[in-house]
Design a protein around this ligand. Structure first.
Ligand code: ADP
Ligand code: MG
Length: 244
């Protein structure tokens, strides 16, 4: 993909994320009413609508600039904990995409995003936050590409599966970061809203990437046939072994 095509793909991804977040607004709000203050759906919708508007007004064919603009919009429009976490981490990681979007740059972006988010939020796996979806997703994405030699599309598919298990893992645990932690043991049995929005965004990126990359990426027939399972979830945080 050349620069202009990549920029178009990024724009499409942002529009798709905005639409999907709008669709899931009340679901995210319901999750946040159980263990928070019922604003996660509104926060995410406001942030992504602003992001979509911002990139519409931005004449750039640089994926890094477009992604940075999304982060800036989230930072300035979302008041809750999730705004600075999502927005600040996207802004900080966007520089990794300066050379365009490749397997290598997307791994670097994912790692930088996770690092920044944990630096800001101080949450680890098991605290019942978006980190519980993000850590397994980022580790799985990196391992799928760098160790298993998968293409980015397959790797993203694996990352989405890992994030899904991470979201399920948030249900039975007690929150120790963010607003939900005020509930103590009463937070047990509820799914974390931020982990859920992280999964929703990853699912949307996967569907846009599938539209853009399917057929373009050469699938290694040998790698396809061989059982990928061996040590497949190794990169995941141990805690995320919990499957439903
Ligand atoms: P607020 O909690 O300020 O109302 P939101 O409702 O928009 O903000 O976002 C809540 C989500 O933010 C939580 O479900 C959790 O995933 C995430 N979150 C909160 N605090 C942290 C933190 N310190 N580190 C990582 N994620 C966090
Ligand atoms: Mg909230």
């Amino acid at each position: 993909m050349d620069g202009a095509t990549q920029a178009e793909a990024v724009r499409e991804a942002i529009r798709a994320c905005t639409e999907r977040i709008e669709e899931e607004r009340s679901y995210l709000t319901d999750l946040d009413s159980a263990i928070g203050d019922a604003d996660h759906g509104a926060n995410m919708t406001r942030g992504f609508t602003a992001a979509a508007d911002r990139i519409d007004g931005l004449e750039s064919e640089e994926p890094a600039e477009l992604v940075k603009a999304v982060g800036m919009a989230l930072l300035s429009e979302v008041g809750g904990a999730s705004g600075p976490l999502y927005g600040g981490s996207i802004v900080a990681a966007s520089g990794e995409l300066e050379e365009g979007i490749t397997a290598e740059t997307t791994v670097a972006f994912a790692e930088a995003y996770l690092e920044k988010l944990q630096e800001r939020g101080k949450a680890s796996v098991g605290d019942k936050t978006m980190v519980d979806a993000l850590v397994p997703a980022v580790h799985t994405y990196k391992k799928s590409i760098e160790v298993d030699g998968r293409d980015p599309l397959e790797a993203l598919g694996k990352a989405v599966d890992a994030a899904e298990r991470g979201v399920a893992f948030t249900v039975p645990i007690r929150a120790s970061r963010g607003r939900a932690s005020y509930l103590g043991w009463r937070s047990v049995g509820h799914q974390d809203p931020g982990a859920t929005s992280t999964l929703i965004l990853l699912e949307t990126l996967l569907s846009v990437a599938t539209d853009h990359l399917d057929g373009e990426v050469e699938v290694d027939a040998e790698a396809e046939g061989k059982p990928a399972e061996e040590g497949d979830d190794e990169g995941d945080a141990g805690a995320v072994e919990v499957e439903d």
